[in-house]
Design a protein around this ligand. Structure first.
Ligand SMILES: [Cu+2]
Length: 198
């Protein structure tokens, strides 16, 4: 369990709340290992429109589960080439506050430490786990892995009841993920690649 609190093992377990468990279940292996840096950058950049990801810092989790900086960015965004370590990489690009949210999540902080709303883009979709139609924080044995469509996220406290929004994916494409947790956030199933550059 010593790795539980490390950033890297937690990073590999994005979308779950038990990094150590997730790290152990990381059996299918991410497709990113063995790729060239150019390919890793291409995948990382594919999470957001070029006007956002083209200048972003690019990080990649290595086989040693440590984050490596592949490219230093010149804007406020950070793109991580793969979050879940599944057979299909799920890259994300987040702004400064969004990256703080991810760091808090991965470090098992009791609550996110970003002091303003964060934005994160996942134009290639991501992965989460569901049990009986409800999203669960972690790949539990009796949970089903679900591939998410392209989406973006607002990483800022929100409550489903007060917001009048559902807690699960639905035909409206908007829901609160991790409802009831300090990490509850707004999920919008909409392709960020369609965002205008202006
Ligand atoms: Cu989410």
């Amino acid at each position: 369990m010593k790795k539980r609190t490390t950033f890297i093992s937690a990073l590999l377990a994005f979308a779950v709340s038990l990094p150590a468990v997730a790290a152990e279940t990381r059996g299918t292996g991410s497709g990113i290992h063995g790729m060239s840096d150019d390919e890793i950058i291409r995948i990382a950049e594919s999470a957001a429109p070029p006007h956002i990801s083209g200048e972003a810092t690019v990080l990649v989790p290595g086989p040693d589960k440590k984050l490596r900086t592949v490219r230093e960015g010149t804007n406020e965004f950070t793109c991580i080439a793969d979050l879940s370590g599944q057979e299909t990489p799920d890259p994300v690009c987040a702004d400064r506050a969004g990256t703080e949210w991810f760091m808090s999540f991965f470090n098992n902080e009791p609550q996110p430490l970003n002091t303003g709303p964060g934005i994160a883009y996942m134009a290639q979709g991501g992965w989460h786990w569901e049990r009986d139609g409800q999203i669960v924080m972690g790949p539990a044995e009796d949970a089903t892995r679900v591939k998410e469509p392209p989406h973006w996220m607002l990483l800022w406290p929100i409550e489903a009841d007060k917001a009048g929004l559902p807690e699960s994916p639905n035909r409206f494409g908007t829901f609160i993920m991790y409802e009831g947790s300090p990490y509850a956030h707004l999920m919008v199933y909409q392709d960020p690649k369609t965002l205008p550059a202006g």
